[in-house]
Design a protein around this ligand. Structure first.
Ligand code: SF4
Length: 485
């Protein structure tokens, strides 16, 4: 089979995996057979600051011995099958990378022969790229849950990020739709990855010399591309106040003369220093090589079972806390041909996926708990309102909040106010009493915030806050159906 045909099949088969952050990326059309469209395996992931990162996103093979009923690649599925050799994936990656079409590789696979055999093939690709070709781009490998610890250890040495899909939000869901998969096996593999990441970080932490108070940077130059791009493009935030930099003293930050210059051939989140250590997999400055420095992530399919949002968020929350996952991706179930009768006929609304991402953000950065976001009497997220606004409407007794006096934790709970603006408000109010014009300048979402805040020149009417109609103010009015005559 021609490589282009394999690429078409295996890139299409990979599109259901959202865990490289590309699920929200719109398809981009290319000329037939041309490069640059998702059909050719190049997916576009978006960073929090809106930058686009291109990855070659493919499966090594879509043959699979498993029978997960929600999956287009399951054993009984009637789809065209293909399989790359590791050398073919290496050649494709290098070819696309040299032409500047991609900045990295996202590689997953169906399970063939055995988990170890499959994982060995996946690791071979990464090993060849790093050690034979000194490839320094981003590599995200999907790991196979039952693979041996030795293969996992090797994968982590070459990959920037590892992920294992938890697949479904509960053990019961997994037993029902993917009986060959094992919840405990997935969980313990995630635990092993987390342990390896922690051990590697500890090994690489510079030992403090009793004679010197200065330290060298802690982080590996290759980090989460999202985080790196985010932090390098936030000129408005002073370095000293950036939360991600707070553990580092100024003396630990490289000066401009020390800062490695990225090679023009490399992706923007890879520096030339990282290339030499990463590409050769040799210890840098006597340090052991990093293990998956961009952390681990997972994906959960939403809407394939009746499991409610509170259970989905509870699972995500547990994964963040126990295995320190960088991201949990939520992927709306897509109906597949010849599907099992256990599956729904329709996808859930895409808005549900969006609300789950918003709720996930509240858990990680705003100090909310799952019970607050999706309480027992409202286990499904409200599709018409953002989770924070829905929470505020359920808890009106906690408002209004005085912007000029409230704690950071209270400010973070105000609808329409994000983390960055919260920190700016705290900074600004040291010098002046904040007024609505200041908020407008900060581009705070005033429509959402106004009923819930007190500013120097604004106090919401208590009656308005208690009003039955407050919710209607934020939802679209119901549209009258038109009759076709
Ligand atoms: S193991 Fe993965 S590729 Fe195979 S059927 Fe299950 S979800 Fe699909």
């Amino acid at each position: 089979m021609e490589i282009s045909r394999k690429l078409a099949i295996l890139a299409d088969a990979a599109k259901y995996d959202a865990s490289c952050a590309s699920s929200g990326a719109p398809a981009r059309a290319a000329a037939p057979g041309g490069l640059g469209s998702t059909s050719n395996g190049i997916c576009h992931s978006y960073t929090p600051d809106g930058r686009c990162v291109s990855l070659l996103k493919i499966l090594l093979t879509n043959f699979c011995t498993y029978e997960c009923s929600y999956c287009i690649n399951r054993r009984s599925s009637n789809v065209p099958r293909a399989r790359f050799t590791p050398d073919e994936v290496v050649d494709l990656t290098l070819g696309f990378y040299r032409r500047n079409y991609i900045e990295g590789l996202f590689l997953s696979s169906g399970i063939i022969r055995s988990p170890d055999y499959t994982m060995e093939q996946v690791v071979t690709v990464a090993r060849k790229l790093r050690t034979e070709h000194r490839f320094a781009g981003y590599i995200h490998l999907k790991t196979i849950p039952e693979a041996s610890p030795e293969l996992l250890a090797e994968a982590g040495r070459y990959a920037d990020r590892l992920s294992i899909n938890i697949e479904l939000p509960t053990t019961a869901d997994l037993n029902r739709l993917a009986p060959q998969k094992n919840w405990q096996g997935i969980d313990s593999m995630m635990g092993r990855i987390a342990k390896n990441i922690d051990a590697s970080a500890a090994d690489r932490r510079p030992k403090r010399s009793p004679l010197s108070s200065t330290t060298t940077p802690l982080a590996s130059p290759i980090t989460d591309p999202e985080k790196t791009l985010f932090s390098t493009t936030s000129p408005a935030t002073p370095l000293s106040s950036h939360p991600s930099l707070s553990p580092l003293s100024h003396s630990s930050l490289p000066t401009s003369s020390q800062t490695p210059r990225p090679s023009p051939l490399l992706s923007p989140f890879v520096t030339s220093t990282s290339v030499s250590s990463r590409a050769s997999n040799r210890p840098r400055s006597g340090l052991p090589p990093p293990f998956a420095p961009a952390g681990q992530s997972t994906q959960m399919i939403v809407g394939a079972t009746p499991t409610t949002d509170d259970a989905i968020l509870r699972t995500a929350d547990t994964l963040y806390r126990t295995h320190k996952l960088r991201r949990v991706y939520y992927s709306a179930f897509s109906p597949i041909p010849d599907a099992s009768t256990a599956l729904p006929l329709q996808s859930p609304p895409l808005l549900r996926e969006h609300r789950l991402y918003q709720a996930d953000w509240l858990l990680r950065f705003y100090g909310f708990t799952v019970n607050e976001i999706a309480p027992a009497d409202a286990p499904q997220l409200d599709l018409t309102l953002s989770p924070k606004l829905a929470w505020a409407l359920r808890n009106r007794h906690l408002f209004p909040v005085d912007l000029n006096r409230a704690s950071r934790a209270q400010l973070l709970r105000i609808p329409g106010l994000g983390v960055r603006n919260t920190d700016r408000i705290i900074e600004l109010r040291r010098f002046t009493a904040l007024r609505l014009t200041d908020l407008a300048r900060l581009r705070v979402n005033l429509k959402e915030a106004l009923p819930f805040i007190i500013a120097a020149d604004h106090s919401p009417h208590r009656l308005g806050l208690d009003s039955e109609n407050l919710r209607a103010r934020f939802t679209k009015p119901a549209e009258q159906l038109e009759f076709l005559l």
